[in-house]
Design a protein around this ligand. Structure first.
Ligand code: DQA
Length: 145
């Protein structure tokens, strides 16, 4: 099973970015723990980050060919990007939306996810654990297929 993790803008700054909200764990550390957990479940993962909306759209389009599940933290694009939503819908890939913070408990503009309606589910608010829970969800989605 192959899972692709795509991360949107400013997530490259994790560790130093607003640590009271996002914690002190870097994206590289999250990638390491995700890769280790995936290996235990006999899954392969690829992990990418981009600050560019169009690049994320291209990666989602390409993921269709090579992966079984997409785990997506579109960061701020979650709340604004019809293009990313359309790419997820067009890909037909089972997609799990993740967020470190609980977007529903924050500013009003973060309460809406344009991506959620085209995802299988949403995992929010558990910090880096959100990503590990997404692997469990991905494995279970594939098992049900
Ligand atoms: C985020 C939540 C978004 O609202 C925000 O723009 C981010 C990070 C999260 O993981 O908590 O950049 O996606």
């Amino acid at each position: 099973m192959k899972i692709i993790f795509l991360n949107g803008p400013n997530l490259n700054l994790l560790g130093t970015r607003e640590p009271d909200i996002y914690g002190q764990t870097t994206l590289a550390q999250i990638e390491k723990s995700v890769t280790e957990r995936a290996a235990m479940l006999e899954a392969q993962v690829e992990f990418r980050q981009s600050n560019l909306e169009g690049e994320l759209v291209t990666w989602i389009q390409q993921a269709r060919e090579r992966f079984d599940v997409l785990v997506l933290n579109a960061a701020a694009y979650t709340h604004t990007s019809i293009a990313i939503r359309d790419a997820v819908a067009a890909s037909g890939l089972p997609t799990i939306e993740v967020h470190l913070s609980n977007i529903h408990a924050r500013e009003k503009f973060r309460h809406q996810s344009l991506i959620a309606p085209v995802c299988c589910g949403q995992i929010v608010g558990f910090g880096p654990l959100s990503y590990l829970l997404a692997i469990e969800a991905a494995v279970s989605l594939i098992a049900k297929k």
